[in-house]
Design a protein around this ligand. Sequence first.
Ligand SMILES: *[C@@H]1O[C@H](CO)[C@@H](O)[C@H](O)[C@H]1NC(C)=O
Length: 170
Amino acid sequence: MVSFRIHLLTLLFTLLCAASGILAQQQAQQAPASIYTDTKDGYKYHGCYNETTALQDTSGARALYNGKNEVKPGEMTVQRCQTFCNDGQFRYAGLEFSKECWCAQQLSGISAKLDDEECDMPCDGDKSQVCGGALKLTVYIAGAAAPSLTAGAALWVAGLAAGVVALGLI
Ligand SMILES: *[C@@H]1O[C@H](CO)[C@@H](O)[C@H](O)[C@H]1NC(C)=O
């Protein structure tokens, strides 16, 4: 009798685990990857761009060329790529094929801007973010000032101005 109860409990527990596993899986599938738009690393979203390697007469040139790149299967995220490109102050950071990061000072003029939806592959290292597509790049451009820094600097300048005014009044 006791062992029967234990078996029953074990069975119930197993069923519960299976059910919650299925639920979790469904939730993971329901959340599609979206474009990462946080600007804290100094880059802002620029658009989805076509890779140029397969275009005619380009000799396989890349849309983001003369820079550097890294390929990180299982690890690539947008932040990782931005940090990688920022170290070297590259103007552009682009993600491609879930796991590639391309940094460059120029974006090729023959690379066509595509609809955002054309970049449809999730990042290898964070499935909630978009990391380009097959021969398509999710491109970020430098120049987004870190908000906290800007606010801090503005306060500092305001404080300085107030100080000057106060001194002038004395
Ligand atoms: C994007 O590039 C592919 C080749 O990789 C080309 O066939 C296609 O026409 C390009 N799309 C646009 C909109 O330029």
